[in-house]
Design a protein around this ligand. Structure first.
Ligand code: NI
Length: 251
């Protein structure tokens, strides 16, 4: 049994969420953590986790949505942060790839959400793209724990995040033929990783080009189990424990 710790299961991408759930079920994926990125998707996540037993939620404003959020959207996150099945504040962070001109605004949005995480003792789900140093420096200012989602940096950077108490999210990128990230993950202890799909993006090999779904965690898990030379059962046990320690600390 595995959990997809990071996906975006919105109606915009999936008209057939029942099929997505059945596929996950059939493939031994017992839970999925649906991440919001803005007010609309945060509301969607809150509704979806109420009607889908297997689904948990994270709510937050993504850096790419920095221009569109309103003051009340942050208030909304605070109001719902302790809702049942809301596990984290995410997806939040810094993205200097698409958003070079709004560093200051992104930083302000990021820090305001880190403050919320600190205040309510909630984990954070971090998006960091071409912004490693600023992400590290900013996270260090707050007493927060969480996961660096879709981590694809160097071993040196991985060690910094791990030392700060963060876990690293592995997704389909590790299965890509042109990706060197497996060499980094080969050296990262298993108790520091989480498995995620980032659906609908980053579909693992050999399904690239198709829509991603939580069920493909099984392929990412198989790849990681082979890389680490352990059984799927052992990998499941360790990663589920990692999830418990990060997201269900107080349960
Ligand atoms: Ni994501």
């Amino acid at each position: 049994m595995f959990t997809d710790t990071h996906c975006h299961l919105y109606h915009e991408y999936y008209e057939d969420l029942d099929v997505v759930r059945e596929n996950a079920n059939k493939n031994g994926i017992k839970n999925a953590i649906n991440n919001g990125i803005d007010q609309k998707t945060n509301e969607e996540v809150l509704n979806a986790i109420k009607v889908n037993d297997y689904m948990y939620g994270a709510i937050g404003i993504h850096p790419e949505c920095v221009h569109d959020y309103k003051e009340e959207d942050l208030k909304f996150i605070e109001e719902h942060i302790n809702d049942e099945k809301v596990l984290a504040i995410g997806e939040i962070g810094l993205d200097y790839h698409y958003e070079k001109t709004s560093k200051k605004e992104q930083m302000e949005l990021f820090e305001r959400q880190l403050k919320l995480a600190e205040k309510y003792d909630k984990p954070v789900v971090i998006h960091s793209r071409e912004a490693t140093q600023d992400t590290i420096d900013t996270l260090k200012k707050y007493k927060v724990r969480g996961v660096i989602h879709s981590f694809s940096g160097s071993l040196e950077v991985a060690k910094i995040y791990i030392k700060m108490g963060f876990l690293l999210g592995i997704n389909g990128v590790i299965t890509f033929k042109n990706s060197n990230i497996k060499d980094v993950y080969a050296q990262i202890p298993l108790d520091k990783i989480l498995l995620e799909t980032d659906s609908p993006y980053l579909t693992p090999h050999p399904y690239r080009g198709q829509r991603n779904e939580p069920m493909y965690i099984k392929d990412i898990a198989l790849f990681v189990a082979n890389l680490k030379n352990i059984s799927l059962e052992e990998l499941s046990k360790i990663t589920e424990e990692n999830i418990h320690n990060l997201f269900f600390k107080n349960c």
